[in-house]
Design a protein around this ligand. Structure first.
Ligand code: PMP
Length: 393
């Protein structure tokens, strides 16, 4: 073997993964100087006072390793926050673990709770991290396929997918990218399936504060019989429009929290103390902060929806999240979502996300995701360019 032999044969789960679609579209948007309605991040930073708190804390507080489970101030603030907003009764010190974003919370929950060969039920469309994480843990994915326009969860679909080998269900509500907020009927179906099959639910609720038109987010952990078998995951990045901060939290009964904390200890061990303290401060905010935030995002959603409708596009209802879906077929566009997204960014300078990227098998190919948490002028320019893209087909 020569000295400059390059090693090969790395983890096939990861080498088989394409670059994430968000990365692909954001790079293209930068390269082509396109309007980026693809990746989900606000173009204005949130909460100046939370940021000022973090800046001051960086200079005046400790910058050394905080406890692995998170600073008590933040763990207690998370428990108190969910008591006030969702009526949950969590003990901050035994039922909350702070993580480096919801992504690490998901990894720690999956690695901490399943063993190789365990089946994991997931819903498609699914967030891009879920499947590689499940596979890296040796889990066996089982999918429920959800379809536009209602993305309904049915008892039949759940019956077909749960088996005696099912250990965990991974559930995202409000759901990215479909922008649906699940109500009590569907949550009850899911809770019943978990209880009947003795399954743990890992609930990715990062969009919990971004629900519109008077809707209420219902955490699955609050349903009868779910308190001891549900892991609730949140993200300060989404709550405060500070997506780069990567502070997340898991909330679960002590046996689950302890198992997950062990995985967390070997993934990242801990998370920057100053950001934790600033998030603890922010979690104390009341509806005086959250209501205007929601109203602001709902206004942007309505602006984008109205502009696109006026240009002849057909859109799907957006009940929550930062996202609005364009129904290509109903808009008279026969091209698939990849073709539309590629041509829209390359030929008209507007980046979008094809929804088929959120399916591991049997994709929906006629829907494109747009992110509306942008300044009015960005949205208006996006509408104009999408209107041009429409004429390409
Ligand atoms: N889950 C879902 C459903 C998301 O949409 C996102 C962010 N887009 C995350 C998890 C990741 O959250 P974080 O940045 O806190 O890791």
């Amino acid at each position: 073997m020569s000295d400059n032999h390059t090693p090969t044969g790395f983890n096939p789960v990861l080498t088989a993964q394409p670059r994430t679609i968000f990365d692909v579209m954001s790079s293209l948007a930068r390269e082509l100087d396109a309007i980026n309605l693809g990746q989900g991040f606000p173009d204005q930073d949130g909460s100046p006072d939370v940021r000022a708190f973090a800046a001051e804390s960086l200079l005046k507080d400790s910058n050394q390793y905080p406890p692995s489970l998170g600073l008590p101030q933040l763990r207690n603030a998370v428990a108190d926050h969910y008591r006030r907003f969702q009526g949950l009764d969590l003990d901050g010190m035994s039922e909350v673990v702070v993580t480096s974003g919801a992504t690490e919370a998901l990894a720690a929950a999956i690695f901490g709770l399943i063993s190789p060969g365990d089946e994991v039920v997931m819903f498609q469309p699914l967030y891009d991290a879920y499947l590689p994480l499940v596979k890296m843990a040796g889990g066996v994915p089982r999918f429920v396929r959800l379809e536009p326009p209602h993305w309904k969860i049915t008892a039949e679909a759940l019956d077909a997918v749960f088996s005696p080998k099912t250990k965990l269900v991974l559930f995202n509500d409000p759901l990215n990218p479909s922008a649906v907020v699940y109500g009590l009927d569907e949550l009850t179906l899911l809770a019943d399936a978990c209880i009947r099959n003795d399954v743990i639910a890992v609930c990715d609720e990062v969009w919990e504060h971004l629900v519109y038109d008077g809707r209420q987010h219902i955490p699955l952990i609050a349903l009868p019989g779910m308190r001891e078998r549900t892991v609730k995951i949140g993200s300060a990045g989404k709550i405060f429009s500070l997506t780069g901060w990567k502070i997340g939290f898991i909330c679960a009964a002590p046996p689950l929290a302890t198992a997950i904390a062990k995985a967390h200890a070997f993934l990242t061990f801990t998370t920057p103390p100053n950001l934790q303290l600033a998030v603890a401060y922010g979690m104390g905010k009341d509806d005086g902060y959250f209501a205007p935030m929601r109203e602001g995002f709902a206004r942007s959603r309505d602006r984008l929806a109205a502009g696109l409708t006026a240009e002849g596009f057909s859109i799907l209802p957006s009940q929550g999240t930062y996202f609005l879906l364009l129904d290509l077929k109903a808009s008279g566009i026969e091209a698939d979502d990849w073709t539309f997204s590629q041509r829209a960014v390359r030929e008209c300078g507007v980046a979008t996300i094809p929804v088929s990227a959120f399916y591991a098998e049997d994709p929906i190919t006629s829907v494109v995701r747009l992110c509306f948490c942008k300044k009015d002028e960005t949205l208006d320019a996006g509408i104009e360019r999408l209107a041009k893209a429409r004429k390409l087909f």
